[in-house]
Ligand binder design. Structure first.
Ligand code: ADP
Ligand code: MG
Length: 263
């Protein structure tokens, strides 16, 4: 098959790696409608290994739908999506494996309410990855340590703050050893004082070389962590650039208008 067209204006360069990684997520000519609404229009997007891509744009522009197509929570009508060279699986076992490889953290923390924090993190590896319980638990403890909630392992989600729950949700995704992590407005449901504790974990992940797609309005995070900002409006990728370039010198009127409202 032909080499994927590299659409990234930054050439897929990662700040941390200092060199472009191989294409990990490749979306080619992707289209999707919800009824009459053309929610994704000819999306061409390549995410390289180790790259951190921040997706911004007005509400309703298709950012969540874009993320959801990457782990096949939404199907597409035309175009192709590949992860590490493999087309997205249609169903069954392949889909469970895909969901493990493509971690996703949502605005709402959606932990399993009736499982402890430790169980929330061990469940996936035991069920999907066939990891031994003892091994899953020791790995889960490491991850909970990494996101700063190790001392909460025996508690239930409702006993934790929103910021702590979101950090557990991140640990739960990481336990599956994903190739790429998707974050869809992970801090927008949090009280302001808890936003940074979650962003700090994400910055730590980025610095560790994780490939990340992050939908967020946190421009400080974008400036600090992103290799590339992708601006969406009305289902289209309107422009993309390195954060400093995008924020100081947006090209399109739609991006100028959007930045004028949020900055
Ligand atoms: P964003 O995340 O940028 O706010 P979304 O991807 O959530 O945008 O939504 C894009 C558009 O698609 C919005 O107009 C939204 O109302 C619509 N939409 C999203 N999900 C569905 C759905 N399941 N059925 C119908 N319309 C939807
Ligand atoms: Mg959204």
């Amino acid at each position: 098959s032909p080499e994927p067209v590299d659409d990234a204006p930054t050439g897929g360069l990662s700040k941390r790696r200092g060199r472009p990684g191989r294409p990990l997520v490749v979306m080619k000519d992707v289209n999707k409608h919800f009824g009459d609404l053309h929610v994704l229009r000819e999306i061409n997007l390549t995410i390289h290994e180790g790259e951190v891509v921040v997706v911004i744009g007005p509400s309703g522009s298709g950012k969540s739908t874009l993320c959801r197509t990457i782990n096949r929570l939404e199907t597409v009508e035309s175009g192709t999506i590949t992860i590490d060279g493999q087309p997205l699986p249609e169903e069954g076992k392949g889909l469970a494996k895909l969901r493990a490889e493509v971690g996703m953290v949502f605005q709402s923390f959606n932990l399993f309410a009736h499982k402890t924090i430790l169980e929330n993190v061990t469940l996936g590896p035991i069920k999907v990855r066939n990891t031994k319980k003892s091994q899953a638990e020791s790995r889960a403890k490491e991850l909970l340590e990494r996101v700063g909630v190790a001392h909460q392992a025996a508690k239930y989600p409702a006993q934790l703050s929103g910021g702590q729950q979101q950090r557990v949700a991140i640990a739960r995704s990481l336990a599956m050893e994903p190739k790429v992590m998707l974050f869809d407005e992970p801090t927008s449901a949090l009280d302001p004082e808890m936003i940074n504790e979650v962003l700090d974990v994400m910055i730590d992940l980025a610095d560790g070389g994780m490939t990340m797609v992050v939908v967020t309005h946190e421009m400080g995070f974008a400036r600090r962590a992103a290799d590339r900002v992708v601006f969406m409006a009305d289902g289209e990728i309107v422009e993309q650039a390195e954060p400093e370039e995008f924020f100081t010198n947006p090209q399109s009127n739609r991006a100028k208008d959007f930045l004028g409202k949020i900055l």
